[in-house]
Design a binder for this molecule. Structure first.
Ligand code: HEM
Length: 423
């Protein structure tokens, strides 16, 4: 029996790709289904995804779509703004993601990585996912907020987790209750903390090696700047957008490299191999498996009319697994991204872990920088493996993550690295 409110939600969350394949085969690229508490139009495959994400007639709203799923906790972050206002904010924010800025962030972050890795135990089963998450949270906090990881950074993490818990859950739509009101209180508290940081950063300046300072300073050629409230709203969404996504990418890379020692060694010898592996992992397990929009003016997708108010979901993870686009799509095969094969070039919307159109991830290169910097040091210090036959189970209640913490076995490549596990 299906609950009317949940509809297909559970089946979808169990296996988004199988669910989407079944719908695609039975109903084609565009169909409508009750899920996540609404009647959802699913737009499947690269052509339908392209129409939605390119949004040529400005019919699809990001704010209207995402607000239902991540609630008011990430209010007025860039992802939730639309059309001219979004463009205006994006132009200012872009200043914080220019290549010169990324180099400064990398310089600030890199020395902290060995400190983080020093406590990872060697020669024993070790749940690596929680350790990666903590490390990425610490590293990105430092570069996003420039807070120097004091006691306030812990408080920010705690409040942020409360927002996250409130905004995700088995039924991901408005469900006012205890965690909802805790989330709202946490959001208000975060606004106060960030508001004070912005005021002090604006009064006394600060080093140009963190995103918060950059957002305080950033201006367009016409001299437009963010208000204090804008900076606060953007920072809170950036914490959401940057951290679990990078954590998942790194963890999935560790998983596949643990299963494939020859690729692990190849990455150690050749930086280009790391990029192929990163792309392949983002294909197999995109941290944002689906994207959501809401129709704000009558439109259509591949000729299917859509009324105002309709929710529309695209599923990049399905495009990434279509046998119409990829050879043997379930296999880990980084060379499919090599110049000679270039399977991702078969369609502009075949490989879209960072989305497409005007809302395409603004932090794409930042993410690459974090992932590569950490992976470089991991490969340098450790060799690792997963148990023979191990398959990582996914928890898909919020952003997907390894349900069992991803047990791996690390060995040190240098005598002085890593803490031998206690027996
Ligand atoms: C591997 C890591 C990441 C992945 C897979 C990823 C994926 C995405 C995707 C798919 C979107 C588009 C959402 C939509 O169209 O509805 C997006 C937007 C966004 N991402 Fe990322 N992201 C990652 C890392 C980051 C990082 C590190 C940052 C910031 C430092 C960031 C900041 C943002 C922001 C602000 C947006 C909204 C852009 C806009 O609406 O104009 N992301 N991301």
């Amino acid at each position: 029996m299906k609950l009317p409110v949940l509809g297909e939600t559970i089946a979808y969350m169990r296996s988004p790709v199988d669910w989407a394949r079944d719908r695609y085969d039975r109903f084609g690229a565009v169909s409508s289904v009750p899920m996540f508490g609404v009647r959802m139009t699913v737009a499947l495959g690269p052509d339908a995804t392209e129409e939605v994400l390119l949004n040529r007639d400005k019919a699809f709203s990001n704010g209207g779509g995402w607000e239902r799923f991540i609630g008011p906790f990430f209010h007025r972050g860039l992802l939730l703004l639309d059309f001219d206002e979004h463009l205006h904010h994006r132009r200012i924010m872009q200043q914080a993601f220019l290549p010169a800025r990324l180099s400064a962030y990398r310089a600030r972050m890199t020395p902290a990585i060995p400190r983080e890795l020093a406590s990872w135990p060697v020669n024993a089963q070790f749940k690596v996912y929680p350790a990666v998450r903590e490390m990425v949270f610490n590293l990105t906090s430092e570069v996003l907020t420039g807070s120097g990881l004091g006691a306030e950074a812990d408080e920010v993490n705690r409040l942020f987790e409360a927002c996250l818990r409130a905004s995700t859950g088995i039924v991901r739509f408005r469900a006012p209750g205890l965690s909802w009101s805790r989330g709202l209180a946490a959001r208000r508290h975060l606004e106060t903390i960030f508001g004070a940081w912005v005021a002090s950063r604006r009064a006394s300046g600060g080093p140009a090696d963190n995103v918060l300072s950059m957002l305080c300073e950033a201006a367009t050629d016409e001299g437009d700047q963010f208000t204090g409230a804008d900076v606060v709203n953007h920072m809170i969404l950036l914490l959401l957008a940057a951290r679990d996504t990078s954590t998942i990418t790194l963890s999935t890379m560790i998983y596949y490299l643990g299963q494939n020692p020859s690729w692990q060694q190849r990455c150690r010898e050749d930086g280009a191999a790391v990029e192929l592996v990163r792309k392949e992992v983002l294909r197999l397990a995109p941290p944002l498996p689906h994207l959501v929009r809401r129709v704000v003016r009558p439109t259509s997708v591949l000729g299917h009319p859509l009324a105002v108010g309709t929710y529309v979901q695209t599923i990049p993870q399905f495009n990434h697994h279509m046998h119409e686009l990829w050879t043997n799509p379930l296999a880990f095969d980084p060379l499919r991204f090599s110049e000679s094969r270039a399977e991702d070039k078969v369609h502009r919307y075949a490989w879209i872990p960072f989305g497409g159109g005007v809302h395409k991830c603004i932090g794409m290169h930042f993410a690459g920088m974090v992932v590569d910097a950490v992976m470089h040091q991991l490969l340098e210090r450790f060799e690792w493996s997963v148990e023979a036959g191990y398959e990582m189970p996914w928890n898909r209640r919020g952003l997907p993550f390894p349900a069992d913490g991803l047990p791996v076995r690390l060995t040190s490549r240098h005598k002085s690295h890593g803490i031998p596990a206690a027996h």
